[in-house]
Design a protein around this ligand. Structure first.
Ligand SMILES: NC(=O)c1ccc[n+]([C@@H]2O[C@H](COP(=O)([O-])OP(=O)(O)OC[C@H]3O[C@@H](n4cnc5c(N)ncnc54)[C@H](OP(=O)(O)O)[C@@H]3O)[C@@H](O)[C@H]2O)c1
Length: 338
């Protein structure tokens, strides 16, 4: 491997308190040194995901004391390794890295990550742009399809379905013969999914939505819904699906509490549970996780590809976040670190 010069300082996006995008500043910090079983990653790209927006406002699952460096996933190259066989194995490799655990978030020119779960090798054929988005949504989409298959479901309901994740679930679902009942909130999203080959797409803003949802859930026998919206929509799903159905809530884009009529839970044996990728992966164990990762890496060229709408330099992170918040559908916003 060609020796790469490591500078003394780096540019980092810092969240100073949990009050949102205005609390971000761009700072210079010393480049960290990897310890045992750790590597130094020169970060290339990182997407802005809904979980990053939630983090900025203190609404995500980790609430470390501020200041923190945000950024839940990214890609880059390992340019230095601490002591340990695994760390040396990664030296020179292109990797995806998570913003969890050691080293914190990845909106930074360089980050130290543990080789135990902090970095994963990227397929040679993948661009660093796609590699930056190859963890959270691809593995979540795969998980939804695996969960559906395991439960014997031939049809599932999905909300916020025009999202990057939703498009992946649709492509995987078609590949596996699972019917997706898509729920979106705008006509343009109906058209987007239909143009990609989806045959059932309902707009929750339309009059008559509840009856349409009821009809389609009963025609397709959909007993499982993955809900990213929460609030009243969760109750609408519960009301529409047949007896013994379940809604798995995996986000709260509406920023509202989950609603459920007691009658559907008590008299119709319907239920609500939740999904979070991190604990789900931990439950799978290391062997299954590596299998899932390898399969997802192969599918990123096809079913698990992410559209990119725009790439901003890290210095413009605030503008990038505002742009993303104004238009979440239609491709990811990436940050380029240097
Ligand atoms: N639990 C987990 O482990 C896990 C893992 C991965 C992803 N997720 C969740 O999956 C969802 C999709 O992620 P992504 O990265 O694919 O998102 P994305 O591509 O950025 O798209 C977000 C989508 O959500 C829609 N949306 C936003 N607010 C909404 C609301 N109040 N009601 C209905 N739709 C709304 C947007 O539509 P507009 O254009 O109309 O705003 C857009 O289509 C997110 O909620 C994310 O947090 C959760």
């Amino acid at each position: 491997m060609q020796k790469i010069r490591i500078p003394e300082t780096m540019t980092v996006a810092v969240l100073n308190d949990y009050s949102g995008v205005d609390a971000i500043s761009i700072e210079q910090r010393p480049v960290p040194t990897p310890g045992r079983n750790e590597v130094l990653v020169k970060v290339a790209f990182a997407p802005i995901n809904p979980s990053d927006l939630a983090t900025l406002e203190g609404n995500y699952g980790f609430n470390d004391p501020t200041p923190i460096v945000p950024g839940g996933e990214g890609s880059g190259e390992v340019i230095a390794a601490g002591p340990g066989v695994m760390a040396r194995y990664f030296l020179g490799k292109r990797v995806a890295c998570t913003g969890w655990g050691t080293g914190g978030g990845v909106w930074s020119e360089y980050v130290v990550k543990s080789v135990k779960g902090g970095v994963l090798s990227l397929n040679k054929s993948l661009s660093l742009e796609q590699g930056a988005m190859s963890f959270i949504n691809p593995l979540t989409a795969s998980a939804f399809i695996d969960i559906s298959k395991k439960g014997g479901h031939k049809a599932i309901v999905l909300t916020a379905a025009a999202s990057s994740l939703g498009q992946k679930v649709n492509r995987l679902g078609r590949n596996e013969g699972i019917q997706i009942v898509n729920v979106v909130r705008r006509d343009a999203q109906v058209e987007l999914l239909k143009a990609q080959g989806a045959d059932i797409v309902l707009n929750s803003s339309n009059e008559g939505f509840q009856q349409q949802l009821y009809d389609v859930c009963n025609q397709t026998n959909a007993h499982l819904a993955f809900d990213a919206v929460a609030g009243p929509l969760t109750n609408q799903l519960l009301q529409a699906m047949p007896q013994n159905s379940k809604v798995t809530v995996f986000s709260a884009l509406s920023r509202q509490a989950i609603q459920a009529s007691p009658g559907v839970l008590i008299f119709e044996n319907k239920s609500i549970d939740s999904f979070w990728l991190g604990p789900w992966i931990s439950e799978q164990g290391i062997f299954k996780t590596m299998q899932l990762w390898k399969r997802a890496q192969k599918q990123i060229a096809t079913h698990l590809k992410s559209d990119i709408r725009k790439i901003y330099p890290l210095q413009d992170v605030k503008e990038a976040i505002r742009d993303y918040k104004n238009q979440m559908t239609g491709g990811k916003i990436l940050l380029r670190m240097s």
